[in-house]
Design a protein around this ligand. Sequence first.
Ligand SMILES: [Cu+2]
Length: 100
Amino acid sequence: MPTRRPILTLAALVMALFVALAQATKTPMTLGVVKKVDAETGKVTIQHGEIQHLDMPGMTMVFTVNNKALLAHLKPGEKVNFSVVSEAGKLLIIDIQPAR
Ligand SMILES: [Cu+2]
């Protein structure tokens, strides 16, 4: 059925677009170890591995979280997976989860 071909091609294009969008909006998780938590100021020191989407090698540094509640149950020495984004030149953690 030749008439169905354009529809299938369009569907494939739309699917590819959705996949690309999903990948662009999903921030990859970075593995790290919590060194220090400052719940009052919303800052956390993390020894982190390479952060490819920020072109950053592994290091220990201080991050700010976009929501102080993210730090509520974190303890130094804990392994974590976190999502960090660059917002107006500032690095912001938008999610942080215990790693296992
Ligand atoms: Cu760093």
